[in-house]
Write a protein that binds this ligand. Structure first.
Ligand code: NAG
Ligand code: NAG
Ligand code: NAG
Ligand code: NAG
Ligand code: NAG
Ligand code: NAG
Ligand code: NAG
Ligand code: NAG
Ligand code: NAG
Length: 475
């Protein structure tokens, strides 16, 4: 009787939906930027606002003291660097977007963070307590300047992804669109004749044409756009829809998925980070990566999302973000065991906000709003590329940093057996051997522990290089 009474009191105290989020991995696109056809590409004020607001929204979900899905133990106001890891490729638009996002996630703290000196005087940080959060980069990687590239695999050194994407141009689907839209594009030439040659006007360049015009309709005065009377809503919609089809075609093909290398690398980074969250019992809580829209599309294809949700085959709007929440179905103060952990996937098309809240999408073609961690790890692991060796094998690259792996014909790219001769050390070997080529996100602290001898390597130079090199192929 007493037991039952206590039990019902407890259940009153805990809402039926009680859960605790213990770690999150996020991936975000940059905000509004200038056109790729007018390089160098740069983030606009509007874009800065978009990523800042997205950061503020995610703050209200994970970080703030009263956050709706507060991450267990995550510092609310003054950032604790070891809890979060932020990465972006060597690219002005993506780097600046990451910084703008972080300003929303951890805003200035005023005089809350005051240092007291030896002589008892106090010092607050400049700019009202602005918080410095490092954005780790791929140093000198092939992802450099990815926002200036107009073609999907331009920034990717992945040989097989290049030829796979190229095959899109000989597909029936592409050829059909190329001929059926020929007049549509030619008719729009007067709008863009200052930038493009007439023979550029075809479905072959669907994204570059869409990008120039889309940017103009957002950032240019109408009076400065030539022949703007040609740009009806319907025409703009068709430009977008055709660009979407073109980009998805380059980013994913179910029967030839090598072109989705950026999505495979992202999957590897998600697993590596969340696995570290678990193995460190929550020391690493929030992984955030900025990257290209093509990575979203490749990932949506690989994870079965695009099969179920047609919208997800379209280029995500500026400042779109997705999150993988690692949580347990209980209200707890201590880190749960792996068996009790689940993963939920959320995506916001465009800058996340209360009025554009991220939606939950069931992964892998299922109907559940979440999957067990074990299932998530197995299903993502089936296509994840987690280290340099897997990257080299998947890409068919055998020279340069890949020479070291070129004779390992036993490599099983899709399975996880490849990591068996050394687990983390295999991953570490990848980072050290191919830091520039391939980036595997690792919690640096544990990396240092695992490799005592590498203490002298600074956090920044190790770089947690994101798969920037090829994940960042295009945004
Ligand atoms: C959470 O707290 C902040 C101030 O710390 C406040 O601005 C915000 O409105 C609060 N949000 C909710 C949902 O109560
Ligand atoms: C205390 O030390 C700081 C740093 O050396 C110096 O800038 C400041 O003037 C000192 N304050 C006093 C009151 O001496
Ligand atoms: C991979 O191979 C392609 C084609 O041979 C080459 O262009 C690219 O630079 C290579 N990438 C790396 C990282 O070795
Ligand atoms: C997808 O790959 C298959 C097999 O390589 C190929 O026949 C088809 O044309 C490709 N489709 C697209 C749209 O790339
Ligand atoms: C470009 O298009 C404008 C109309 O939008 C036209 O006046 C101009 O002559 C065209 N220039 C060229 C080089 O075709
Ligand atoms: C929009 O403005 C930029 C910068 O002035 C210019 O380079 C571009 O051609 C304009 N776009 C169009 C479609 O007129
Ligand atoms: C995002 O929204 C745009 C329209 O604003 C749409 O064309 C596209 O398909 C959407 N993408 C995703 C991934 O939801
Ligand atoms: C999944 O979540 C959505 C809202 O986010 C809800 O409408 C739906 O009922 C949920 N589905 C399941 C199976 O719980
Ligand atoms: C996950 O972490 C454990 C413990 O550190 C490690 O043994 C294992 O190899 C990791 N798995 C993956 C897939 O990274």
């Amino acid at each position: 009787m007493l037991g039952a009474a206590v039990f019902s009191l407890l259940s009153l105290a805990l809402p039926a939906t009680a859960e605790t989020v213990v770690g999150v991995y996020m991936f975000s696109r940059h905000g509004d930027r200038t056109s790729k056809s007018t390089p160098p590409t740069s983030l606009t004020n509007l874009g800065y606002q978009q990523v800042y607001h997205s950061g503020s929204y995610w703050r209200s979900r994970y970080v703030d003291g009263n956050a709706t899905s507060k991450v267990l133990g995550l510092k609310s106001d003054i950032v604790k660097q070891s809890q979060i890891a932020v990465t972006a490729p060597v690219d002005n638009v993506l780097q600046n977007s990451a910084i703008g996002f972080l300003q929303g996630l951890y805003p200035p703290v005023g005089s809350d963070s005051v240092q007291t000196l030896n002589n008892d005087s106090t010092v607050a940080a400049p700019l009202d307590g602005y918080q410095l959060i490092p954005v780790n980069i791929v140093s000198g990687g092939t992802g450099s300047g990815s926002e200036d590239n107009t073609w999907l695999q331009d920034a990717s050194g992945c040989a097989n992804a290049k030829s796979s994407s190229n095959n899109y141009f000989s597909s029936a689907e592409y050829q059909e669109k190329l001929s059926s839209t020929s007049d549509f594009y030619t008719n729009l030439y007067p709008v863009v004749n200052r930038t493009f040659a007439e023979d550029y006007m075809s479905f072959k360049n669907a994204y570059a044409i869409y990008d120039l015009i889309n940017v103009a309709t957002i950032d240019n005065a109408s009076s400065s756009i030539q022949s703007s009377n040609l740009l009806s809503d319907d025409t703009l919609y068709q430009l977008r829809t055709l660009a979407n089809a073109h980009e998805y075609g380059l980013a994913y093909n179910a029967s030839d998925n090598k072109r989705a290398i950026s999505g495979m690398q992202l999957a590897g980074e998600i697993l590596t980070y969340l696995n570290r969250t678990i193995s460190s019992k929550g020391a690493n809580k929030l992984g955030i990566q900025f990257g290209a829209y093509a990575t979203f599309l490749s990932f949506f294809g690989l994870s079965g999302l695009a099969d179920t949700y047609m919208d997800l085959t379209g280029v995500p709007d500026y400042a779109s973000s997705m999150a993988f929440e690692l949580y347990t179905d209980a209200d707890t103060d201590s880190f749960p065991s792996g068996d009790d952990l689940r993963v939920r996937f959320l995506f916001a098309n465009g800058s996340a906000s209360a009025s554009n809240a991220p939606q939950v999408f069931p992964l892998f073609g299922g109907t559940d709003n979440s999957t067990s961690w074990a299932d998530f790890e197995a299903k993502l692991g089936a296509f994840a590329v987690r280290n340099a060796e897997q990257w080299c094998t998947t890409c068919g690259n055998t020279t340069g940093t890949c020479a070291a792996y070129s004779d390992s014909s036993t490599q099983d790219v899709d399975g996880q057996k490849s990591g068996s001769n050394g687990g983390i050390s295999n991953v570490v070997a990848g980072v050290i051997g191919a830091m520039v080529t391939l980036a595997v996100i690792l919690g640096l602290e544990a990396l240092v522990l695992a490799l005592g001898g590498f203490r002298v390597v600074s956090k920044k130079s190790l770089g947690v290089s994101p798969a920037g090199s090829s994940v960042a192929v295009k945004a």
